[in-house]
Design a protein around this ligand. Structure first.
Ligand code: ZN
Ligand code: ZN
Length: 92
């Protein structure tokens, strides 16, 4: 991993959980979630998700699966990624 990549990960972590932010709670401590896109082998994009939204059994992207997660929270992983990218750009 390059220095730039490390710094980007750190910034994403500092933004907090992208879904909590979407729900109006900024800065929830988060873990890094890698978005898996079929057919793309190079580095996968990442977003921040708190443990509750990352791996909680019935509340998270891994616990429920992406489809249910997106239906439950009415937002897609890709939309969370766009919001994360916008925030990163705004802060630099
Ligand atoms: Zn969260
Ligand atoms: Zn994950």
């Amino acid at each position: 991993m390059t220095k730039d990549e490390k710094q980007k990960l750190r910034k994403i972590a500092e933004l907090g959980c992208s879904l909590c932010r979407h729900q109006g709670n900024e800065g929830t401590p988060c873990e890094i979630h890698h978005i898996r896109r079929s057919g793309v082998r190079s580095s996968s994009p990442v977003i921040g998700l708190c443990p509750y939204h990352h791996r909680g059994s019935n509340t998270s992207i891994h616990g429920m699966g992406r489809k249910r997660f997106e239906r439950e929270y009415a937002i897609t992983e890709e939309q969370l990624l766009v919001q994360t990218k916008n925030l990163l750009n705004a802060s630099t």
